[in-house]
Structure formats: C-alpha cells, structure tokens
Design a binder for this molecule. Structure first.
Ligand code: ZN
Length: 672
C-alpha cells in the first residue's frame, strides 16, 4: 500500500467507527452489526500495529467507549472501566495465554475463570457500609451517567448487602429475550419504534429520565466484578463471584474455574451452541486470570487489562439472498411464508431457510424474491429475516389468495394475522400435518413415524387420517420403498404400543385449534374420560381456570364436527383408549384451592404438581384472581409480579411445606 492509501483507509475506518459508536452509545440504535463493527476495529488495529507512525490520539483504538448523552448527571468512576481485548478465533486465545505463561515460567498451567459474556449494558455500583450509594453506566470508562434512581428498579441488585462493607460491583444490566419480545409487541401495538435487540431495549429502558418507566421494564442484573480496597476480603476472581452471590447479587451461574487454555476452548465451543437455549443474549465468553495477585502483576495496556480477554462468538447476523418464498400449510390450515435462502454460515450452522412470520411482515419489510436480506439467530432455533438491503427495490411479494396445496380461497379470520385454508377436511397438507403431529413427541410419541413416512403412506392411499395408522399391517409398511421387514416390524409395534396414551397426550394429539399441551392438561385433569369431554358445554369448560371462551368453543366445535366424530369412532374401534389422568387423592386439604408455581424450586415442578393434586388442589399455569396461592422459587418470573399486584398469597417452598403439615398459612419470618 502507498502512503496515501494507508492514511486514507485509516481515516475512513476512524470515521466509520466514530459513526457506529455514536449510533450505539448515544442513540441506542446501531446501524451496523457487532460483527461488522469488530471487523472495522480489527482492521484499524492491524494497520496501526503495522504502521504505528499513523496512530493519533483521537483514534478509537486509543479510547474506551464514547461520550454520554445529555439528561443525566455525570459520574466520575472511582476505578476506570476498561474494555476487553477480543478475538473470534481460538488461535488468538492461545496466543494470549502463551504470553501470560511466559511471565510465569515455573508454573505448568495457570488457573482461569471462564464466564459467559452477557450482551447488555455494563454498570458500576458503589456500596458504602453495605448500602447502595451510586449506580452509574459505563460511559467512556472514566465518566459515566449517574442512574442511581433507575438502578433501584433492576432485579438482582440488592440495595443493602448482607455485610457492611465498602465495595464497587460491576455487572451487566440485561433484558430477558421473552421480555424484549413482549416489549416490542407492545410497542408495535402502540405505534412506537421497535428495539433492534435485547441490549438496545435494555439500554433504552435503563436510560429513561423517568425512573417509573424503567420500573415497568423487566430489567435484570448479573454481577461479575468485585473491587475492594481490602485485599484480604477475597483473593481470587472465582471466590469473588461466590462472594457476590452471598452478598445478595444475581450472578450468572454458568462460570467455571479451569486449568489451562484447552479447557477454556472446550467451554467456548460448548456455549457457542448451547447459548441459544438461554433466555438472555450472550455475545461471547470472558476469560480471566483467577489469581488477583497475578492480575495486579500483569496490569493494563492503555485500553484493556492484560489479564483478561474475550472470545466473541461467530456473528449471529449475516446477509444473504432471498432465493424464494415457500408457502407452508400447517395442520390447522394456517398458511405461512418461509424464506428460502442462498445457503450461508450463521452461528456455526449452515442456514438455508428462515422464518418470515406472516404476510403482513413481508409487506412491512417490503420484501421480494431476489432481495439481499439480513438474517439473525437469537434464542430460537429457526433464524428469521430482519430486513432487506436499503435502496434495493424489487417491488413487494404478493400475498397469495389461494391454498398452494388444494387451491381453496384463503380466509383471514377476524382479529388474526394468519391466513387459513378453510378446507380442513380435504386439504392434503392439513391432513398430513395432523397425522405427523399425532405421531410427534409432544403428542402420541410414536417412534419412527415422521414427515417422510407419513407422506409416503398418504400418497399410496394407505392412510387418510391419523386413526388409519392403527389399521396398518406390517406388509402395509413394507409397501414403502426401502423399508425392510425389520423396520416395518418396528414401525408396526410403535403404532400398536401407543394405544393407551394419557388423556393429556390424546387431547393434544387431536390438533384441536388453540388446544396445546398445557390447555389439554387442564381439561384432562377435570374431565378424565372422553365421554365427559364430549358431554361438556362451553359454560362447563370455561369454569376451568386457564380455559378461555375461545378455547372452550374450539373444543365444542371439534366434537360437533362429523368428520372428527368419524375419526374418534375409528380410534375407538381400533382400540385406542386414553386413560384418565385423575390422581388418586390422599386428602382434601387443598380442596377448592388453585396453585400457580413460578421460579426454580428444589425439586422438579411436576413433583409439586402431583402433590397438590393428591391433596385435592388444582394447578394452573397463569395467575388470576381465582388463584389461591403462588409458590415462588428462585428467580420467579412475571407470575410473581402479577400475584403481588392481585394480592394473591405468595408462598416460599418452606411456607408451602408448612401449609401441608399444618393446613395453615403463615408467613416465614423476614431475615434481618
Ligand atoms: Zn388447502
């Protein structure tokens, strides 16, 4: 590169990073993905390392973060908040470790703590004599915003510690993914702007000038750093995390103490995929030297500690081409658009399809086949299309009017976004969908009967509905290509062995609109036999706590449909008999009482549920005025808040066991 080219590129990179910083830190509205940002940053760093003569003081590589917004008072941090150097490959991680090992030639391996990097907002909290004095955002690492009032609305931050000590605590404020999605739904309804991701939602919620708004948002906190002048308080990072917990903070439970870098890499590899099962966003792993005395010896560069580094997960967002829009017809007739993409690597897997939700979404995004689209993988397994490239106008995809499978004119029921094929009885896609669902794990759990087998059996005319599965012989199965006698035998047995399901599984498997597993369970606990359900009225059904009028009506409609009665009749003839779920009662101490369980208890939830039923009580999945008690374990969710608002009695596990012993409710004494 020539002198001009190098300086021009450095100038350009600085400008792009500055713009991105402003969008991110000041306006809470990022314009480029984190991955793109990191790439720009790394390129600049590489150029500056190669040509150090071009490093200027105002280069983003020399600074931490960016400026703060107006509206909050400034807070000068007592201890500077550094950034972490990061990399997205294991080679860099090994190099970092080797550099540290050189400093300790006499030690074989060095203890490291590896933690999840939560994608939220860093905050610093000062405690004096165990009392929260100041809460501040990170800002540029030296000066942040004083948000003490808002900090008090965050779950996981104690205002009073269990010990009267002076400490500074740092951690990440985040919004759970489910709360983020709910907030966005509400914002759409109110015509407000959507947040791009949970981190922006958390930032936007935390930096509200009105603390009341912050309080309404579901913000949480994981503490990850403890700083104390008292060097005797705690001597390793691992112990400090446990101390934070003991002091009353929420800490992320997914941290571990490892020896050597190989174990750390194994953990990174594990969380690269497993993180999608968490209800909060993570963007990498943080690795720290465990021993505080070593941390002190290693010290800092101008920007970051030498004793810590971050491994960034591969990007969760990527651009690709929308090759086609496929229409899929579900078991209830809902027609949904699916994006068919040019295959692309995303978060460690090759993605070829993505969700488009519904046709309104396509209109909103102004999408058409041929567009370049940004796809993202968040908590869900199926990635979704976020947006198309700006200025790429190919018109908008036309919403279909006919079922792609049976050509019936599609309908849009009042108040729903989805389009439906009304041909419930004869639409092949719906029939196959229902048979497939009948055999699925969630329903009757028949091993081996999946999409392709159902397709083949249906196409050969061997089955016309799910009841027909039970008349199939071994030789019927062998009519399918490539199925040998042994497999046919297995399939036959799997079907025959599924003849006595629980009432819940049976009801779920029927594919009744609006009746999923949870609702089916509620009905099954009140109506143990099929006859009971068939004789129930809408009025009867809505008496069950948790069953609304729509669901009740849907059940009645189902059992009044001739075609469905025919299928039920066939099931009976083939010997498919659901067994009731009525639990044998031991006593009636909970007679007429409804319980709701929330949070993590010491034993699996179903143990509590069965116990409650055994004592004559009922278990519901949602809190209402009819709820008698809420049993709250650790980290209770929105049900806890709702119970408090409605004045429902909240029991700890201890209260609950006292209730069983004495039949009386008494509050556990407050710890002081
Ligand atoms: Zn159809």
């Amino acid at each position: 590169m020539t002198y001009e080219k190098i300086t021009a590129r450095i100038k350009e990179l600085k400008h792009l990073i500055k713009l991105a910083n402003e969008a991110y830190y000041v306006n809470d509205s990022p314009q480029i993905t984190d991955f793109e940002y990191d790439e720009l940053f790394r390129e600049l760093k590489r150029l500056e390392e190669k040509y150090p003569e071009y490093i200027t003081e105002d280069s983003p590589t020399q600074k931490v973060g960016d400026k703060i917004s107006e509206g909050f008072s400034e807070h000068k941090h007592k201890y500077r908040l550094y950034s972490l150097d990061n990399s997205n490959n294991y080679e860099d991680l090994r190099k970092w470790y080797e550099r540290i090992k050189k400093e300790y030639p006499n030690e074989k391996d060095i203890e490291l703590v590896v933690e999840l990097k939560i994608d939220g907002l860093s905050c610093a909290l000062s405690y004096e004599q165990g009392i929260l004095k100041i809460g501040a955002t990170r800002g540029n690492g030296i000066i942040g915003e004083n948000i003490t009032q808002n900090i008090k609305a965050i779950k996981g931050i104690p205002q009073k510690l269990t010990q009267e000590i002076d400490i500074e605590v740092r951690g990440e404020v985040y919004m759970p993914i489910t709360s983020f999605e709910k907030l966005n739904e509400e914002n759409i309804e109110k015509g407000l702007k959507e947040f791009a991701n949970p981190r922006n939602a958390a930032a936007g919620s935390l930096r509200q000038l009105d603390p009341k708004i912050t309080e309404q948002r579901d913000l949480h906190f994981f503490a990850y750093t403890l700083i104390s002048e008292n060097k005797e308080l705690v001597k390793t990072h691992y112990d400090s995390l446990n101390l934070l917990k003991a002091l009353g903070f929420d800490i992320n439970p997914n941290f571990s103490l490892e020896t050597g870098i190989n174990e750390v890499i194994k953990k990174c590899e594990y969380w690269k995929f497993e993180r999608f099962n968490l209800n909060y966003a993570t963007d990498g792993m943080v690795v720290k030297i465990n021993d505080f005395s070593k941390q002190n010896e290693l010290g800092f560069t101008s920007r970051a500690p030498k004793w810590a580094t971050a491994f960034k997960f591969p990007p969760e967002e990527v651009w690709t081409k929308l090759e086609n829009i496929e229409l899929s017809v579900g078991k209830t007739g809902a027609v949904t658009p699916v994006a068919i993409l040019s295959p692309v690597q995303l978060a460690g897997t090759i993605v070829k399809r993505a969700s488009l939700h519904n046709f309104d979404e396509i209109q909103r995004l102004k999408l058409n086949i041929g567009n370049e689209v940004l796809i993202k993988k968040a908590a869900e397994i199926i990635p979704k299309v976020i947006k198309k490239k700006e200025n790429e106008d190919l018109g908008v995809y036309q919403t279909p009017t006919c079922c792609p499978e049976c050509n019936s004119t599609l309908i849009k029921p009042y108040g729903e976004v989805a389009l439906y094929c009304p041909n419930t009885k004869n639409c092949p896609a719906q029939i196959k969908g229902r048979i497939e669902y009948w055999a699925s794990k969630e329903a009757m759990d028949i091993d081996g009967i999946g999409e392709s087998i159902v397709e083949k059996l249906y196409n050969k005319g061997l089955i016309k509905d799910f009841a027909d599965l039970y008349k199939l012989t071994i030789s019927d199965f062998m009519e399918i290509d490539l199925i040998k006698e042994k497999s046919a035998d297995n399939l036959y047995n799997a079907v025959q062995n599924s003849k006595t399901p629980s009432m819940t599984k049976f009801l779920t498997a029927l594919s009744i609109k609006l009746i999923g597993k949870e609702t089916a369970d509620l009905i099954a606990s009140e109506y143990p036999t099929l006859d009971d359900i068939e004789n129930a009225t809408v009025e009867d059904l809505i008496k069950i706590d948790g069953i609304g009028e729509k669901a009740a009506k849907s059940i009645i409609d189902f059992f009044n449909d001739e075609n469905n009665l025919l299928i039920l009749q066939k099931l009976k003839e083939y010997g498919v008999n659901p067994k009731g779920t009525a639990v044998e009662k031991e006593s009636n101490i909970f007679e007429g009482k409804t319980f709701v369980i929330t949070g993590t208890l010491s034993k699996p939830r179903n143990i509590f549920e069965e116990q409650i039923k055994k004592y004559g009580g009922k278990v519901s999945s949602s809190v209402s005025k009819k709820t008698s008690y809420v049993i709250a374990g650790e980290n209770p969710g929105s049900k806890f808040d709702k119970a408090s608002t409605l004045g429902v009695i909240i029991l700890s596990e201890w209260d609950y066991s006292r209730l069983i012993e004495t039949g009386q409710y008494s509050t556990s004494s407050e710890e002081n």
